[in-house]
Design a protein around this ligand. Structure first.
Ligand code: SAM
Length: 290
C-alpha cells in the first residue's frame, strides 16, 4: 500500500471516519524517500528489534518491517489502530500496542518483547513530547543500541551542539552523558501532511555502554547542570550559589581550582568539567564520603 500517497491517506482516514489529531502531533510523511532513508539509516544490524513510537498509519513502520527482524509500534491514538491492522496486514513481524509511550513501563515492555535482543528506537516523534520522550528513553535503564528520531531542527541543533556554542545547554549535556549524537538529514515541512510550521531533522543517538564520566553523585551533577542553565546569562557562581548547601566562595574556589575564570557561565563547561565540579561540591557537602 502506498501510504505516502495523499489520496491513500485521506481514503484510509475517511474509511475509519477519523481526523488528524493536532493534540497528538500528527504530521504524517508523504514523501516515500524520507521513511525509506530513516529505516535504512536507523540501525545497521538487520537482526535488531525496533521500537517505533507513533506509527501513525504505518508509513515508516512498513519500511522498518522490511528491514528488521521485529517491530514493536506504540501508538496512542486508538482511532488509528484499525487502519494499522489493514496497512500492516502483510507483515507478521510487527506488534502494534495502543498506549501512551509516556505512561508505558519500558522495562516491562523490554522484558515482554525484546528480552536479551539488540533493540533500537526509531520514530518520527510528535513534537509536543520530544524532550520528555528522549529523557525517558535515556533514563529507562533499557540498553537501547541506537535511537533515531525526527525532531524539530532547533531541538536537534541543541542536542548535537558542542561545548562553548550558544546552543550548548542542559539538554546537550544530558544527552552527551548517555550517547554520542549526530544529525543525519533535514526534512522540509512539505514532506508531511498536514505540513508542520518548522523544519525537522532526523538525528541519531549512539548509546554508550558505559557513561563517559562517573561523578560521585550523578543526580547532583544533573541538578548542577539544570541550575547552571536556568538563567543562562548568570555567571556560574551566581547561578549556583544559594543552592546545594555551598557558599558563593566555595563555588568560586572550585571553579578557579578547575583553571576557569571565576566569571564563567555554564555554557563553557564540558560534561567532564561539570562532573569534576560536582565532585568538588559533593566533597564539601558530604565530607564524610570524600
Ligand atoms: N510515524 C508516522 C509518520 O511518520 O508518518 C506518524 C508520525 S506523527 C509525527 C506522530 C505519531 O505519534 C502520531 O501517530 C501520534 O498519534 C503518535 N503519538 C503522539 N503522542 C504519542 C504518545 N504519547 N505515545 C505514543 N504515540 C504517540
Amino acid at each position: 500500500m502506498e501510504l505516502t500517497n495523499i489520496s491513500c491517506v485521506k481514503r484510509l482516514m475517511n474509511e475509519e471516519n477519523i481526523k488528524f489529531q493536532k493534540k497528538f502531533g500528527q504530521n504524517f510523511l508523504i514523501n516515500p524517500d524520507v521513511p525509506r532513508r530513516i529505516a535504512d539509516e536507523c540501525q545497521t544490524d538487520r537482526d535488531s528489534v525496533i521500537l517505533e513510537i507513533g506509527p501513525g498509519i504505518g508509513t515508516l513502520t512498513q519500511y522498518l518491517c522490511e528491514n528488521f527482524k521485529k517491530v514493536i509500534a506504540v501508538e496512542i491514538d486508538g482511532g488509528l489502530i484499525p487502519i494499522l491492522s489493514k496497512t500492516l496486514a502483510e507483515y507478521d513481524n510487527v506488534t502494534v500496542i495502543n498506549a501512551d509511550i509516556m505512561k508505558t513501563d519500558l522495562s516491562s515492555l523490554a522484558k515482554e518483547y525484546f528480552d536479551g535482543e539488540k533493540v533500537s528506537v526509531c520514530a518520527n516523534l510528535p513534537y509536543y513530547i520530544t524532550t520528555p520522550v528522549i529523557t525517558k528513553l535515556c533514563e529507562s535503564g533499557v540498553l537501547f543500541d541506537t535511537i533515531t528520531v525526527m525532531v524539530q531542527k532547533e531541538v536537534a541543533s541543541r542536542i548535537c551542539s558542542s561545548c562553548g556554542s550558544s546552543d550548548w545547554g542542559a539538554i546537550s549535556l544530558f544527552c552527551s552523558y548517555y550517547a554520542k549524537t549526530r544529525k543525519l538529514f533535514d526534512v522540509a515541512p512539505g514532506n508531511f501532511m498536514p505540513p508542520p510550521k518548522v523544519t525537522s531533522t532526523v538525528m541519531q543517538f549512539d548509546i554508550y555502554k558505559e557513561p563517559p564520566v562517573v561523578p560521585k553523585d550523578v543526580n547532583l551533577m544533573f541538578s548542577l547542570i539544570k541550575k547552571a542553565f536556568e538563567q543562562r546569562r548568570k555567571t556560574l557562581v551566581n547561578a549556583l550559589s544559594g543552592n546545594f548547601g555551598v557558599s558563593k566562595d566555595d563555588i568560586r574556589s572550585a571553579i578557579i581550582k578547575m583553571g576557569k575564570d571565576e566569571n564563567v557561565r555554564g555554557e563553557v563547561l564540558s560534561l567532564e568539567e561539570f562532573s569534576a565540579l560536582s565532585d568538588m561540591i559533593y566533597d564539601i557537602i558530604s565530607p564524610q564520603n570524600a
